[in-house]
Design a protein around this ligand. Sequence first.
Ligand SMILES: Nc1ncnc2c1ncn2[C@@H]1O[C@H](COP(=O)(O)OP(=O)(O)OP(=O)(O)O)[C@@H](O)[C@H]1O
Ligand SMILES: [Mg+2]
Length: 267
Amino acid sequence: MGRQLMMEANDLAVRYPNGDIALHDVNFSIDSPSFTAIIGPNGSGKSTLVKTVLGLLKPAKGFVKLHGYDSVREKNRIRKIVRYVPQRDHIELNVPMKVKDIVLMGRLLKKPPPRFSTSKDRNAVIAALKQVDMDDLWERPFPELSGGQRQRVLVARALASDGSVLMLDEPLAGTDSHSQDLIVEALGTYHRENDVDIVMVTHDLNPIHSYVKDVLLMKNTVVGIGTPCDIMDLDMMKHVYGPTARIVEHSGHRYCITKDSGFDRHD
Ligand SMILES: Nc1ncnc2c1ncn2[C@@H]1O[C@H](COP(=O)(O)OP(=O)(O)OP(=O)(O)O)[C@@H](O)[C@H]1O
Ligand SMILES: [Mg+2]
């Protein structure tokens, strides 16, 4: 058995219909199993990369593959192995679907029709909601939840579903530190106990620092790839986040403080 590649890109470029080049000269490869973080400032092409991997956007040049499947030619294979949590989910908030139904939907959509739920499905739903501490609210209409609670439910939906790669685009956005801890801990445990790869887009590497194996640092191309500590390099961080970026060391780990992380107001 050779090494199994989780994700690889070769000479990848992506252009939007208006002519904007969102990604150019993207080259990288990441082995499986991995917990990968994609980081970079607003507009650096993180969501574009994820959408391209999923076959939702087409490369203008080059290719990207997931577990060996080409994002264009083998889009259907990719859909089967990926569980995707988009940056902004378009769940209809006017329809009072309950929490348990939202999570169950994630499982049922991976099944061929007719899509009946079994007791195995319902148990998976409860187990996933427990992991993010939302099982008490499972009868609640989803629209009545707070933003952070909704994010936790959407992560539970991904956890309850099937597929060997979880792709989450900013699952920590708009959550307080309690919800962040629950989400990060649930994903870390899930990765440790199951044979799954996790790819997570995040603004702030610090909350997931100790769980992550590989980091892609983006600025419309891949500026750096490596372990969290490799990426926490002052020159690289200044290049991407500007001159106010700082690196701090704590318990043998290096963390980056940028304007985004909000810490540097006190220095
Ligand atoms: N639908 C679109 N049409 C045209 N340009 C787009 C579109 N979506 C994104 N872009 C542009 O592509 C670039 C990369 O956007 P992308 O959404 O991938 O960034 P991001 O790193 O995910 O940012 P954020 O942190 O804000 O989510 C930006 O310059 C953006 O303006
Ligand atoms: Mg984005």
